[in-house]
Design a protein around this ligand. Structure first.
Ligand code: BGC
Length: 811
């Protein structure tokens, strides 16, 4: 296979960093192996390695390297071929049965199997295959996939191990002196039944060279330096969420106690805590000094490599806020930094900075962000539980940091609070930093600022404005808008803005999915109607297998699946990156920005203007099927990672990101109609915070609203969220678009919430209704006639689209 130079460059950048995205959970010194040897490799992830989850985030990379291939590429002899062949046969059987069961369920529910099967995890089958395979070492690669459209289950073969997996892992652990359990999973797996295993690596899902990356780590060519961005523990350790996955209403009763904020506050030690990760080497962290200027605090930490191989370490600063009127989680991450590659004995002093203002809590009674008087404990360490207190920042009075207003609706319950909080024993001689409340300037938000209407747009007719608001609907082309392949400018893009107004000066914005790279078709041809994908339907593979056979046959006959006579086949290969969670596990903003650079350069090469990524929803529950696309349970990590990748992409002229899904999109069950019920404090402190960080630090071009409702209102038509929080409070000045077909693909009698109305999204300041069809266009005009949408609001929205299209398309 002959790769283009840009592909080689991108892959080589990634290869040097992939181990940074992996987390060594346990080790006893048996690894690395030093040189290639005979290795017995078992588990569903050896041959069926997963490079990323399923759904719109599935990037069509030219190829990818499985673990088996990676081992062989590196010179290992894989001795377990017989087992792998037998597993393949067991898998095929199980898969057939699974698809059959999904189809039967769909018939029972009078719906399409595609909707039920999309993203559904096939539980691993049970089998009894002899563990044939000898060697100097053994690995068990446990893979778990999840995806858009369905949530993970607390079941064997999904979050928990199957009996077979448990038995085989424990047997191999006894038999081999050198044994490693490798997790090729997008999110936590409950490992409590295989505690005795002494070498455990979260390989995660690393895109194209996932298998090579594992070989590099086994051989010690690369040293894992990732840290968990989400707590890994036994399933029953997490905050109980009985209504997670409820069809209609999900109450976020834990309030701000998400992830480690819960574990730490109740004094429960997670098996593998947030921020935790080992290395083949060891480090000593020595906090040097903490100083402040007003509310801005700086902490210096000297990190020394005290082991015998080189590696990188992450220093983390956590702050415990004093409890006054508002209850506070035990601590929150305030800053983090990663060292360069340190040789044995080498040291580096890291400077970590944060502003106390960014730790302000939202006081719902005052509708304001406040810092309460008292001592803020500053802790430094290399995980959320391995920290030492280094200083107290003493604030001498209450501060109103920002006066806002209620914007997010109301929850019908009081947030949970821990009955008994973990006690803190602090050394007496901690340095004290004085922070004067009077020195902190309060800010006030100016809501409802007048918006400029572009003079070209002001001249357009109502119909023209309606076209500009509804994605790619084109009455002449009559093109059907479907998820995954709606674009005509670039083959395989998920959608685009209208091409009807090209002559009036509105260029077309081409939009391609992510977040694990740029999702495009690999092969295509062009004709006068645009670009057409070749050889695949454009739909995610995970949807296609659930379609009725006849439908699949018909799809093959669609124009675009065969190269017409005289047309020229072209190709475009995008690089599959590590999944969002893996990127976050690197805790390395510079590396993540470099990934943005890969994306930006490929967008530029293929003519894509807006990347429908990064996705930065919070890992509220480990069950959410799309967590793999998202970064973390912590809003700071999420916001910083999103900002880093945004900077990388947007350094390319003509390229913008679309941060998504705004907001509180934390489960896949009934994703079009589920209502997240959350207190305003928790929405702001946990679910919106990362978006705010990204907007303020990196100015993303675009934001995609989510499918779900928030406190009874669809986020796509929630003016408070879009105009007040996003634009007025965060200062966002790009375009807002809906998620695809947000009106819903399925509605049934179990839905208690009304679907989205296109004209109501526009009225709420949502600029683009995606991907756009005739009914959406008609609804915009109906809204105008009936007075639910004003011409002025249409002009404002279209002006934003116009300015963005000019900015990105004319570069
Ligand atoms: C997903 C989005 C995606 C869009 C376009 C939707 O189903 O939720 O994340 O960007 O499709 O493919």
């Amino acid at each position: 296979m002959q790769l283009y130079d840009y592909e080689k460059e991108h892959l080589s950048y990634l290869r040097n960093h992939l181990a940074e995205c992996t987390v060594l959970l346990k080790q006893n010194g048996a690894f690395p192996l030093g040189k290639p040897c005979a290795i017995a490799a078992f588990g569903n992830g050896v041959r069926k390695t997963i490079k990323g989850g399923s759904g719109s985030g599935e990037v069509n990379s030219r190829y990818f390297v499985t673990v088996e291939e990676g081992l062989k590429n590196a010179g290992f002899t894989v001795t377990s071929g017989k087992w792998l062949d037998a597993y393949d046969a067991a898998y095929v059987q199980a898969r057939k049965q699974f698809v059959k069961d999904v189809k039967a369920l769909a018939r029972q529910m009078h719906t399409m199997a595609m909707y039920i099967g999309m993203g559904k995890v096939m539980p691993e089958p049970e089998y009894n295959l002899p563990l044939d395979g000898e060697g100097d070492a053994a690995i068990y690669v446990l893979a778990r996939i999840s995806g858009e459209g369905n949530d993970r289950q607390d079941a064997r073969g999904d979050i928990r191990l199957t009996e077979t997996e448990k038995r085989d892992i424990l047997l191999l652990n006894k038999k081999f002196k050198k044994f490693m359990l490798v997790l090729n999973a997008g999110g936590p797996v409950d490992l409590s039944e295989v505690e005795e295993v002494e070498n455990v690596l979260v390989l995660s899902q690393l895109g194209v060279e996932t298998g090579d990356a594992l070989a590099d780590i086994l051989l010690g060519k690369q040293n894992p330096s990732g840290k968990l961005a989400t707590t890994w523990s036994a399933w029953q350790d997490y905050f109980p969420m009985p209504d997670f996955g409820d069809h209609n209403d999900t109450r976020y009763k834990e309030g701000v106690y998400v992830g480690y904020r819960y574990f730490d506050s109740v004094g429960k030690r997670a098996r593998y805590p947030f921020g935790f990760g080992l290395s083949y080497t060891t480090f000593r962290l020595e906090p040097q000094m903490a100083a402040n200027e007003g509310s801005r605090v700086e902490v210096q930490v000297k990190v020394k490599n005290t082991g015998s191989v080189s590696g990188k370490e992450v220093a983390q600063v956590y702050v415990s806020c004093p409890e006054g009127k508002l209850d506070q989680p035990y601590q929150a991450l305030a800053a983090f930094a990663k060292t360069k590659e340190l040789a044995p004995g080498e040291e580096e002093t890291l400077t970590l900075r944060f502003d106390l203002k960014n730790l302000a809590s939202f006081d719902a009674e005052k509708s304001a962000y406040v810092l309460e008087k008292g001592a803020y404990v500053i802790r430094v360490g290399n995980s959320s539980v391995d920290t030492v207190p280094v200083a107290l920042a003493e604030l001498d009075g209450d501060v109103l940091v920002l006066q806002a207003k209620p914007c997010c609706g109301q929850a019908d319950f009081e947030d949970w609070k821990p009955e008994q909080k973990r006690e803190d024993m602090l050394p007496e001689n901690l340095p004290r930093l004085q922070v004067k409340a009077a020195d902190i300037v309060s800010a006030k938000v100016e809501y409802d600022q007048p918006e400029e209407v572009d003079e070209t747009v002001a001249k357009w007719t109502d119909e023209q404005l309606a076209y500009a608001l509804v994605g790619a609907f084109d009455p002449k082309a009559g093109k059907l808008s479907i998820i995954g392949n709606a674009g005509k400018q670039v083959a395989g893009t998920a959608g685009e803005s209208t091409s009807v107004l090209k002559e009036e000066g509105l260029p077309v914005l081409a939009m391609a999915d992510g977040p694990a790279g740029v999702r495009l078709s690999q092969k295509f041809y062009r004709d006068e109607k645009g670009a057409h994908s070749l050889g695949h339907t454009g739909l995610p593979e995970s949807m296609v297998e659930f379609m009725p056979g006849i439908f699949r046959m018909l799809m093959k006959l669609l124009p675009g699946n065969k190269l017409p006579r005289g047309a020229v086949a072209e190709e475009q290969y995008a690089t599959a990156l590590p999944i969002g969670t893996a990127l976050a596990q690197s805790w390395n903003e510079e590396f993540v920005q470099g990934c943005g650079d890969i994306v930006g350069s490929e967008m530029r090469r293929f003519g894509v203007h807006l990347w429908l990524a990064p996705a930065l929803n919070i890992h509220r529950s480990i069950r959410c099927g799309r967590n793999f696309e998202y970064y973390s349970e912590d809003p700071l990590v999420s916001g910083k990672m999103a900002a880093a990748i945004t900077r990388g992409v947007q350094a390319y002229p003509g390229c913008g990101v679309t941060i998504k899904h705004y907001a509180a999109n934390n489960q896949e069950t009934n994703r079009y109609g589920n209502n997240s019920i959350i207190s305003e404090r928790a929405v702001r402190e946990i679910y919106l915070k990362g978006f705010g960080i990204c907007v303020r630090e990196a100015k993303p071009a675009s934001v995609m609203t989510s499918y779900n409702l928030l406190n009874g209102c669809h986020t796509a038509q929630m003016r408070g969220l879009i105009e007040d929080v996003l634009r007025s409070e965060f200062g966002f000045d790009g375009i807002v678009m809906t998620d695809w077909l947000v009106r819903g693909m399925i509605h049934n009698d179990r839905d208690t919430h009304a679907p989205v109305q296109p004209e109501m999204t526009a009225a709420a300041g949502n600029d683009l209704y995606m991907p756009g069809c005739k009914a959406d266009f008609d609804d915009m005009l109906k809204g105008l006639r009936e007075g639910t949408l004003t011409r002025k609001q249409m002009e404002i929205n279209v002006s934003r689209v116009y300015r963005m299209a000019k900015k990105l398309c004319e570069k």
